[in-house]
Design a protein around this ligand. Structure first.
Ligand SMILES: [Zn+2]
Length: 178
């Protein structure tokens, strides 16, 4: 079966939501509210729509290969995605292509480095409270920039994004080998 990239993203997001346990659903909803800064519980929001948007925004950044594998592994579906995968920038810490923009203070979903534009490896990064060099060492050791994040990361995250070539970035990139 063939599907366009947009169709595949929408369908995979819908299927992903059906796989969530109630606990996972609440966790994702909480993350979605944090991202949209909806802290006030009294504000009326459409939680179904918010969750759909939040999950879909994740799938938009995943590679075609990962989404095809998701369809097959979870639902036994053989879907070939037509059209190019996402165009994203490589994280300066882990080198996975996770960022829609650079220097936008986005948090990398693979290693949790906050992209504040730091590229000098030994310069202290305030939002990350460490240098890029330290972050890369932690990534190599833990798969994330701080050990405390190990418990909350998505174990499939390194399959969801493609690695960068490293050509456009200074320094040597670490490889996480658990
Ligand atoms: Zn990263």
């Amino acid at each position: 079966m063939l599907a366009s990239r947009d169709e595949a993203v929408a369908f995979a997001s819908f299927l992903k939501i059906t796989l969530l346990s109630e606990e996972e659903r609440q966790k994702e909803l909480y993350n979605a509210k944090c991202e949209h800064e909806i802290a006030d519980e009294t504000v009326m929001i459409d939680e179904v729509q918010l969750l759909q948007q939040y999950i879909q925004a994740k799938f938009v950044r995943y590679t075609n290969t990962y989404i095809e594998t998701f369809f097959h592994a979870k639902f036994g579906l053989h879907i070939k995605i037509t059209g190019a995968g996402p165009v994203l920038h490589a994280c300066r810490c882990c080198n996975y292509k996770t960022l829609a923009e650079v220097c936008a203070y986005d948090i990398c979903p693979v290693c949790f480095w906050e992209d504040d534009g730091t590229s000098e490896t030994y310069k202290y990064s305030s939002p990350n409270r460490m240098t890029l060099s330290e972050a890369r060492a932690n990534f190599k050791r833990y798969g994330v920039v701080e050990e405390r994040f190990v418990a909350i990361v998505d174990p499939e995250r390194m399959m969801q994004y493609s690695p960068g070539t490293g050509d456009d970035q200074p320094g040597i990139f670490p490889t996480f080998a658990p």
